[in-house]
Design a protein around this ligand. Structure first.
Ligand code: GFB
Length: 317
């Protein structure tokens, strides 16, 4: 597989997000010196003309498409239009502009929510489009499926080297800790911390606690992404997961323990569970030789340290 030269021009779209910032860090650590980024103020990825101009001027060799409108189960169901429109628009603009400006390769990040609600578990890559989606995140999932298909269509018609990788639920330093809009780990961490500080006797966890999720630390995801950028060139999607799942009840106990909150957990069953189980089959990636390194509790501990150190400036949206 082609080795990427250390001075290759690599554009990271979404470099301020959880995924993009971890990708920036790992590439910089590994000695890549020509990393291109733009803030939202400098380049609005929803604007096709601006995106085309940027690619025509910069001509990146490699494109990591980590820009997306993301959020937890509540944000997905509250802002369906933003989740479908923004994601479609961003990926349409970037994938097409990268092809036109003759990028050598583009890597698109999807999500495990592209798989059907009742897919057999663990979920293999071939289950894509084999059944109806989970309603709580179908808007986001439809956009991500369109992104996968766009990559495959550009590969088929134009021979454009676009690959799509499907991460499981992610967490780690740099996450969004919004109490309502965030994903479960940062939302619960923030809620436990406030309850600890304010001596609140119980904390509410959404859903029954029986839903199961697989969590991958963002540094593992960044490592896998770089590995796949260097070693994967197929049209077919590839899963990136941890390989094990936990119930939300078990997860909440771990987060509670790490935060050091001593009150009770209360489960609000009026809130949705979403998919009851969402675990990726990672056979293909592990056969290629990649394995995650960060156990859940260790990852939650380092996330908590980051949360405490950055509490007064982290993204709330
Ligand atoms: O993290 P989360 O929103 O992701 O929720 P999804 C995971 C589970 O945690 C659900 C429960 O069963 C929630 O009901 N949960 C418990 C909570 N307490 C909380 C809380 O305070 N906040 C949140 N957010 N959840 C997302 C999709 O679904 O997964 C996205 O909506 C994306 O589109 C992402 O695909 C990976 O796994 O349910």
């Amino acid at each position: 597989m082609a080795v990427i030269s250390q001075d290759a021009k690599i554009y990271i779209a979404g470099h301020r997000g959880l995924v993009g910032s971890a990708l920036y860090q790992i590439l910089a650590q590994k000695g890549y010196q020509n990393l291109i980024v733009r803030t939202h103020e400098e380049l609005d990825l929803l604007e096709q003309v601006a995106v085309r101009q940027f690619f025509e001027t910069e001509h990146p060799d490699y494109v990591l498409l980590a820009a997306a409108k993301v959020g937890g189960i509540f944000a997905n169901t509250t802002y369906p239009a933003n989740f479908i429109y923004n994601n479609l628009q961003i990926q349409n603009n970037i994938i097409d502009a990268a092809y036109r400006s003759e990028a050598k390769k583009l890597l698109f990040l999807g999500s495990s929510c592209i798989y059907p609600k009742h897919a057999p578990q663990p979920m293999k890559e071939e289950y894509l489009l084999s059944g109806p989606l989970e309603p709580t995140n179908e808007w986001y999932a439809i956009a991500k499926i369109a992104g996968i298909k766009l990559c495959q269509a550009y590969r088929q018609q134009y021979n454009f080297n676009a690959i799509s990788i499907m991460p499981t639920n992610l967490y780690g330093p740099g996450d969004n800790f919004h109490l309502k809009h965030a994903h479960v780990i940062p939302a619960l961490m923030h809620r436990f911390q406030l309850a600890k500080e304010q001596n609140i006797p119980s904390v509410t966890v959404w859903g029954t606690g029986n839903a199961r999720r697989e969590f991958l630390h963002i540094e593992d995801l960044a490592d896998a992404t770089l590995y796949l950028l260097e070693n994967y060139e197929e049209a077919e999607i590839i899963n990136v997961g941890f390989g094990e799942d936990v119930s939300i009840r078990e997860l909440a106990k771990v987060v509670k323990e790490v935060v050091g909150y001593e009150g009770e957990l209360q489960f609000d069953t009026t809130k949705p569970d979403g998919m009851m189980k969402k675990l990726l089959d990672v056979t293909r990636l592990s056969h290629m030789g990649w394995q995650p390194k960060i156990p859940l509790k260790t990852g939650i501990q380092s996330t908590y340290e980051w949360f405490l150190a950055n509490r007064h400036q982290f993204r709330e949206k």
